[in-house]
Design a binder for this molecule. Sequence first.
Ligand code: COA
Length: 175
Amino acid sequence: MSKKLDLAFGTVETSREIGQFEMFLHAHPGSYASVGHTRWVEEVCVPGVKAGEREAVAWWQADDMVGDAVVRAVGPDRAELKNFRVLPIYSSENWKVKGAGTFMMQQVFGVACSLLDAQKMITSQADRVTLQLDITANNPAVDFFRRQGFNPYGQADLYQPGRPELLMSREIELV
Ligand SMILES: CC(C)(COP(=O)(O)OP(=O)(O)OC[C@H]1O[C@@H](n2cnc3c(N)ncnc32)[C@H](O)[C@@H]1OP(=O)(O)O)[C@@H](O)C(=O)NCCC(=O)NCCS
């Protein structure tokens, strides 16, 4: 029996991939209120990816999108990660793939540096850049981001009054 996983990782570029990405975002609002999430997807994220202001990366298994991440520059030497998500990925024998989230995060680090470089947002003396994210404070995935080297630097009610988002960041060394 074949043990191939048929996994592919890459940037979201063609109009077909952008369409698939938009559907994936709509299908996985996470803890975000549906009206706000829909507005962010349709008015901010997808237009930003089409305009090249944001970079979207994704995992596919066969033809299905199973993970995504969105990166943009937010200042000199500083990028923001949004909507990092990897669905559970299973082989045809039904064993769960371990390490997909970690692998995708490693790719995100490279994407963040390339995007800042392409947008001339790396200052001449910098030997590292900062990647920031926000995540609902009680989301169990906070532990995953801690394991990926992100540390909390504050919290704020970004999306819903009374529901704090944890602000986390880590540095990435430029190579
Ligand atoms: C968190 C997430 C990326 C993990 O994906 P994954 O493919 O299981 O990750 P990995 O297999 O690389 O796991 C890496 C480590 O983190 C741990 N981990 C994974 N998910 C975790 C979770 N929810 N809580 C705590 N630890 C977790 C794993 O056990 C593993 O530990 P190990 O290295 O000691 O074995 C995935 O479950 C996800 O996308 N969740 C939703 C994230 C989200 O809410 N995004 C929106 C805000 S940005």
